[in-house]
Design a protein around this ligand. Structure first.
Ligand code: MG
Length: 281
């Protein structure tokens, strides 16, 4: 397989990704998919989607879980509502994640991913052991499908993430690295973080952001790729350093403005291709 094929985060009927028409329009060869709603997660839904992918010659590399009731309004709201950490929704969401893994299997995809939610920094926090337990259960379910589970980065700093993955003790648990999230959440300088979690990185997002005035207290700002503080040449050099050769999956989370989203993703594709050429030459 070609090194670093371009990808984009896509959605059918749920999530912040682009539509397949945009993927085709921009000639992007791979996608990660935000899991569609339950009505679509059927054998027929999978068949139809695979037919559509074949038609436009696109390879699906990962399926991302997301849940009703999640809100990214501000950092405390994320902590309260996102992923498998909040107790009130944990059982139902774990069950839904297993259904999403089954749907991914119908699609022939061996990577399932999600925002786990805020893993506590303090291992004495009771949520630490609860997070380990729920992650183990999900890893074990995925193993039954010969799938890996990738944790999206950002909510915790790299040291906490390494400590957590090590504590889970499952060899199908990996990282989907998102450099912009490190900036948005104020959880650490992305390049240094990438080096720390490098050995677990099996998929990545290419998304850019600017630091907040008070990182970790308020959101940074997501911006078009190349306009933020990630530094994409340095990012690609570091991906090379850690031996990552998989897809470069672009994310631009402005579904409310699809025209701008498409223009900016088109620009991101060109920028990444230029950088790939520069680094190869
Ligand atoms: Mg991301």
């Amino acid at each position: 397989m070609e090194k670093w094929p371009i990808g984009v985060f896509a959605s059918i009927d749920a999530g912040l990704g682009v539509k397949l028409s945009v993927v085709r329009e921009l000639g992007i060869p791979t996608i990660q998919l935000h899991a569609p709603s339950r009505q679509v997660r059927t054998p027929e839904g999978a068949r139809e989607f695979l037919d559509r992918l074949r038609e436009i010659d696109v390879r699906l590399t990962a399926v991302f879980g997301g849940f009703e009731g999640e809100s990214y309004a501000d950092i405390p709201t994320v902590e309260r509502t996102v992923g498998l950490i909040p107790r009130e929704t944990r059982a139902a969401r774990s069950a839904e994640m297993r259904e999403i893994a089954e749907f991914a299997k119908l699609l022939g995809v061996d990577v399932v991913a999600l925002h786990l939610g805020f893993v506590p920094r303090d291992t004495v926090d009771p949520l630490w052991n609860e997070a380990i337990k729920v992650t183990r259960e999900l890893c074990d379910h995925c193993r039954g499908n010969r799938q890996a589970l990738h944790l999206e980065t950002g909510q915790e700093d790299a040291d906490t993430l390494v400590r957590f993955i090590t504590a889970v003790e499952r060899d199908n648990l990996f990282v989907n690295f998102d450099p912009a999230n490190m900036i948005l959440y104020g959880s650490g300088e992305p390049i240094a973080a990438l080096r720390k979690v490098g050995r677990w990185v099996r998929s990545v997002h290419c998304k850019d952001a600017k630091w907040a005035a008070n990182p970790g207290k308020e959101w940074g700002q997501e911006v078009a790729l190349g306009d933020g503080d990630v530094g994409f040449e340095n990012y690609l050099r570091t991906l090379d350093e850690i031996g990552y050769t998989g897809p470069l999956t672009i994310e631009r989370e402005i579904p409310q403005d699809p025209t701008r989203q498409m223009v900016e993703i088109g620009r991101a594709v060109r920028l990444l291709n230029q950088l790939k050429a520069k680094l190869a030459g």
